[in-house]
Design a protein around this ligand. Sequence first.
Ligand code: DQA
Length: 148
Amino acid sequence: MSRLVFVLNGPNLNLLGKRQPHIYGHETMADVEAMCRKACGENGLELRYHQSNREYELIDWIHEAREIAGGIVINPGAFTHTSVAILDALNTFDGSVIECHISQVHKREAFRHHSYVSMRADAVLAGFGTQGYVLALLRMAHLFDARK
Ligand code: DQA
């Protein structure tokens, strides 16, 4: 079975490190990708890593994952709180889905407290900073091991 994981990032996350560092920290998207590559290498996972500001691109990657991947780790950015289309796409995916937010969204504005994606996600991480991605990948490896 596939040990391929898609890590998908939504809008504005390309500005990680520059964007509100008091909330999102100083690591860049490239740093997060490097952390994910390392975690995947250490845990026998294959990785496809993407970021887009466009909703349809995230949907297209979910459709691609549907054909070939065992899991998706997704930080949908603000689409978390608005996108029924991303929820619908994730509902076509049979593998494990982990939703990951760098910030602790429940401590922030009320509009960030609702997530469409959480209606599909098997697990949710929020407030672990960029380390959340690594924790999500460790969990994914554990879920894949348990499948055998
Ligand atoms: C975020 C939280 C969202 O509310 C926000 O719109 C983001 C980033 C996070 O990682 O904490 O863009 O998903």
